[in-house]
Design a protein around this ligand. Structure first.
Ligand code: SAH
Ligand code: ZN
Ligand code: ZN
Ligand code: ZN
Ligand code: ZN
Length: 513
């Protein structure tokens, strides 16, 4: 059912772009014809290669596309490994046993029965995260149940279900209300009539609620998500159980057809894709998937529209900008800071915005995207786009250069603007954080050596399973070094070191390394 791989690979087909000198695990997308990847419970696996000091090890292996933790999906197979018929059959049976117990059709039938129940009989099992029909009550007798599930609750499943915060797989971070309302309003202002929500369950439900409440918002939404719990709440035409790392529809052709019909309605006019993938995920497989969705949309276009692009919002941290633009050169980054609800670090506090690093990447011309002035955005007439208040137009760069919402400063040696805390280092020949050790290990990212981010946020990280041990060691060295420097009282002020270290830990925690 998946679209063919041919023609979708991009320039960086070997998956190693920008990773020279790195250690870790990378995805490989063979450019020629390749054997079909073996299947895990999450659909076709991806081919990986271990890289040590920039050198690829020769033996490649298949692993799960969706789960970055072996605990969540233990699939492993060497590329050249031959499996016996018996093992293949056992694997197939195992994959089957991992699928949700009910088919998509059965879920829909249950939902229809559920909504017909009188209110006192509408129960939800908190432990099993499941809507219950009277026949199920016995089985859940000992569990914590929620009674009288209202229509309003049914329409907001992202509030009823507890978010799957398992960082390595689902990383379910739900939009804060104001971000979600901003997005719905923006989509409607831009004139979209259909939204393909890929991994955005809360946006999906708010679009539907808004459309139901207010006839002037006539927008339809289709949710594609790996969280099968959502299938209890939606009919077939508004939810597909889907893996965005391998473009796998768990319910096969019927689901692919739903997605195709949605993209191709009105010859593809009036539709946009909005996606908010787990940040720890791999950019390249995501890009390949999105190109497959774009190809489906394009099939429905009439000839004279062949130059048009499918409008996309890809929500991701700002430091992935170069990586995303590598795959989608027409994309640009909006200054809007995307806020989350269940996120200790980036939810909007009473005291105002904590700076979220998450942005919207889009191929919609930036001047068309109006950012709310009441939240501190302004229009820059020179750049012809909305920027955050502190993002000042640099006359030397001739653009509003800040990426993180703070005011950046221009460095005449580097001939570009840099973060406010950076200083120009004459040994390294570029700007860097004040406490870097010149050109030495730890000066920058462990994976690509760049000084503007750490390993945990490296846009070149493909997978870091293999690198973990080395990184722990490096961290240990670093923290020893910090302790030493702090006690010696040299060159660094102790509290600033601790503060920086804490901040790093928080960011690290957030970005689910
Ligand atoms: N901010 C969004 C949620 C983003 S969290 C909102 O509020 O609507 C990431 C979402 O992607 C989650 O819903 C998660 O279930 C989904 N997801 C995680 N891995 C996925 C995968 N491999 N394929 C499809 N969806 C996935
Ligand atoms: Zn898997
Ligand atoms: Zn500048
Ligand atoms: Zn400089
Ligand atoms: Zn230096």
């Amino acid at each position: 059912m998946a679209a063919s791989r041919g023609g979708l690979e991009t320039g960086a087909a070997d998956g190693s772009a920008g990773c020279s000198g790195s250690s870790g695990v990378e995805v490989v997308f063979p450019s020629g014809p390749a054997a079909p990847a073996p299947l895990c419970p999450h659909g076709p696996t991806l081919l990986f290669v271990k890289v040590n000091q920039g050198k690829e090890e020769t033996r490649r292996f298949y692993a799960c596309s969706a789960c970055r933790d072996r605990k969540d999906c233990s699939f492993f197979q060497w590329e050249d490994e031959k499996l016996s018929e018996a093992r293949l059959a056992a694997r197939e049976a195992y994959n089957q046993s991992c699928q949700p117990p009910l088919s998509r059709i059965q879920c829909v039938e249950r939902l229809l029965r559920f909504v017909q129940l009188p209110l006192p009989q509408r129960k939800f099992c908190r432990r099993c995260q499941q809507l219950l029909l009277p026949d199920d009550w016995g089985e859940h007798g000992e569990h914590e149940l929620l009674g009288e599930v209202s229509m309003a609750q049914l329409q907001r499943p992202s509030q009823l279900l507890h978010p799957l915060e398992n960082k390595k797989t689902n990383a379910q971070y739900l939009f804060a209300d104001r971000t979600c309302h901003f997005l719905v309003h923006l989509l409607s202002t831009l004139g979209f009539r259909r939204v393909l929500c890929v991994g955005t369950p809360r946006l999906h439900e708010l679009i539907r609620l808004t459309a139901a409440d207010d006839k002037k918002y006539d927008i339809k939404s289709l949710l594609l998500d790996i969280d099968s719990r959502y299938s209890q709440f939606y009919m077939e035409d508004s939810f597909c159980h889907y893996n965005m790392f391998n473009h796998h529809f768990f319910d096969g052709k019927a689901a692919l057809d739903v997605c195709r019909a949605f993209l191709q309605e009105d010859e593809g006019d009036g539709v946009i894709m909005v996606t908010d993938p787990p940040f720890g995920g791999l950019v390249e497989p995501l890009a390949i998937t999105f190109k497959k969705l774009i190809a489906i949309w394009k099939e429905g276009q009439s000839q004279d529209n062949s130059h048009k692009e499918l409008p996309i919002f890809w929500i991701f941290p700002y430091f992935f900008e170069s990586r995303i633009c590598q795959f989608f050169p027409s994309f640009a980054m909006l200054d809007y800071q995307v806020d989350y609800d269940n996120h200790a670090l980036y939810k909007h506090g009473k005291t105002g915005r904590k700076q979220s690093p998450v942005r919207i990447f889009t191929n919609i011309p930036l001047h068309k995207v109006i950012l709310p002035t009441e939240e501190g955005y302004r229009f820059c007439p020179l750049c012809q786009r909305y920027v955050s208040l502190e993002n000042q137009h640099c006359e030397h760069c001739n653009s509003c250069t800040s990426k993180d919402g703070r005011k950046w400063k221009h460095c005449f040696f580097c001939r570009k603007c840099v973060k406010p805390s950076w200083i120009h280092c004459s040994i390294c020949g570029h700007c860097a954080v004040a406490d870097h050790s010149c050109a030495g290990p730890g000066a920058g990212c462990f994976i690509c050596g760049n000084s503007d981010h750490k390993r945990s946020t490296c846009p070149n990280t493909c997978l870091s399973r293999g690198a973990n041990k080395a990184v722990r060691k490096q961290k240990q060295r670093k923290s020893n070094k910090m302790k030493m420097e702090a006690t010696k009282g040299q060159s660094m002020n102790q509290t600033s070191v601790i503060r920086r270290k804490k901040r790093r830990e928080r960011v690290h925690q957030y970005l689910c390394s």
